[in-house]
Design a protein around this ligand. Structure first.
Ligand code: MHO
Length: 155
């Protein structure tokens, strides 16, 4: 089993999308990339923690590769959008890849470069690629939010 951690805007939709991927065993919504231990949603929203809304994905690399997860990550948000995804504005909505180990770091950098060269976006990609630090699971009401509330990720 391997972990992948991504931030791409509000975690509700990102969790929902990755749960649908074959080979993904579990997805948690949470906070990472900041400095405060065990932050609450309210603290993260108040911009005092430095954390991003993120998902931690547990996957079986014999069924889905990290590179396939990266491809989905790039597709389901706008990586040229600085500290904002759609209506959600703030540094907690930044685009980021939190890498686990040198293989993931290399793949993430390579995929970003390939996307830049592809000409798919006219603005620069602002996605941060940084080593994963502690991940704090969000409050239970944020887990499987779309499943519980009948919504779904439109992407
Ligand atoms: N637009 C949503 C974002 C929630 S998400 C958990 C809201 O304001 O409720 O950041």
């Amino acid at each position: 089993m391997e972990k992948a951690t991504f931030a791409a805007g509000c975690f509700w939709g990102i969790e929902d999308r990755f749960r649908k991927v074959k080979g993904v065993i579990d997805v948690q919504s949470g906070y990472t990339g900041g400095t405060v231990k065990n932050p609450t949603y309210e603290q993260v929203c108040s911009h005092t923690t430095g954390h991003a809304e993120a998902v931690e994905i547990l996957f079986d690399p014999t069924k889905v590769t990290y590179e396939e997860l990266l491809a989905i990550f790039w597709k389901i948000h706008d990586p040229t959008s600085w500290h904002r995804q759609g209506p959600d504005v703030g540094s907690q909505y930044r685009s980021a890849i939190f890498t686990h180990g040198p293989h993931q770091l290399e793949s993430a950098l390579r995929s970003k470069e390939a996307l830049e060269k592809s000409g798919r976006f006219s603005s620069p990609i602002v996605t941060e690629i940084v080593p994963a630090g502690p991940f704090y699971r969000a409050e239970e009401y944020h887990q499987r939010y779309h499943e519980k509330h009948g919504g779904s990720c439109s992407l």
